[in-house]
Design a protein around this ligand. Structure first.
Ligand SMILES: [Mg+2]
Length: 317
């Protein structure tokens, strides 16, 4: 199958009639954002054996690729709109792979309300590399990392550590509960949360590299510190049961990454509004600490003793 035939067969239908895509037959696409909205652009890759397991299915590539990108849009308070795809695949990869990849993209783009506008593909040696560039739309003021204030509460959405704890089990072919495996294979970008936080949060980011490392990034950008209470970190039942028999699970929860939850800061007077939002979204929004002056990140255990976080969140980076 020639590249042109593959594009026409599998990828052109994903443009869904978007005029500026020219059905992937021209040199570039043309986008005109709706009046009064800003374009928010992000790009992320999914590489075999790094972001997905070795021998991951085409569907697993497609889902993780879409959701990694959309998590960054969520963190800015933007919504999905258009995307492009770059693929590098081993020479001679079966046509079925492209069929499954495109069919999964079709499901994902329908679910998240966006369409394909362009891309590129190469084949050669090495592992499968997939890259997406996502063009989101923003109404109002973006969520940024750089405006947390000392005295703000620090929150996270959902539960942390599930994907990082599931990964070694998946890698070793151990049985993993379906919901738990899904936290690794198909994270849920917190788009509705990001949208709502634009008028509530002082700063936000998505947790992709591990809680402590990402909180450190937010604090650096805002020129503040933070004190986190380890016992208040929201955990799933699975994570709790692993932690009950293996305290090293904390390293995965605090530093493992792949959570794709949002961390955000807000002044204490927003607590009732945030509690109402959690109910409305049916998503836990948990206060795990406070923003402090200075530049120190402190983690306290259940006795109020400082936990040594010298290595956590950096060795898994
Ligand atoms: Mg991010």
């Amino acid at each position: 199958v020639t590249e042109r035939a593959r594009i026409a067969r599998y990828f052109a239908p994903l443009t869904a009639g978007e005029a500026g895509s020219f059905s992937l037959t021209d040199d570039a696409a043309i986008l005109t954002p709706p009046a009064g909205q800003q374009l928010v652009i992000t790009t992320d890759s999914v590489i075999e054996n790094i972001h997905v397991l070795a021998h991951a299915s085409a569907a697993q590539f497609a889902r993780k690729l879409v959701r990694r990108n959309l998590s960054d849009l969520a963190a800015m308070g933007a919504r999905p709109w258009r995307y492009s795809i770059n693929l590098h695949t081993p020479r001679g990869l079966a046509d079925d792979w492209f069929a499954e990849f495109a069919a999964t993209l079709a499901e994902e783009q329908a679910h998240f309300n966006m369409v394909l506008i362009g891309g590129d593909s190469t084949s050669g040696d090495g592992a499968i590399h997939t890259t997406m560039t996502c063009f989101g739309l923003l109404e109002g003021t973006a969520l940024r990392r750089n405006s947390a204030q000392a005295g703000d509460d620090l929150y996270v959405s959902g539960t942390l550590g599930d994907a990082a704890l599931a990964l070694p089990m998946l890698q070793h072919g151990q049985p993993v509960p379906e919901d738990f495996a899904a936290r690794y294979h198909m994270p849920e970008p917190r788009l509705a949360l990001g949208h709502a936080l634009k008028t509530i949060a002082t700063a936000a980011l998505d947790i992709s590299d591990g809680l402590l490392q990402d909180i450190a990034q937010l604090c650096r950008a805002s020129a503040v510190g933070a004190t986190l209470l380890r016992d208040d970190i929201p955990l799933s039942d699975e994570a709790r049961s692993i932690l009950a028999v293996d305290a090293t699970a904390w390293d995965f929860i605090l530093g493992g990454g792949d959570d794709y939850e949002l961390a955000f800061t807000a002044p204490p007077e927003k607590r009732a509004e945030i509690a109402a939002l959690a109910m409305q979204l049916n998503l836990p929004l948990t206060r795990i600490g406070i923003v402090t002056e200075g530049d120190e990140i402190q983690l306290l255990d259940e006795y109020g003793e400082q936990v040594d976080i010298g290595k956590i969140g950096w060795e898994y980076a």
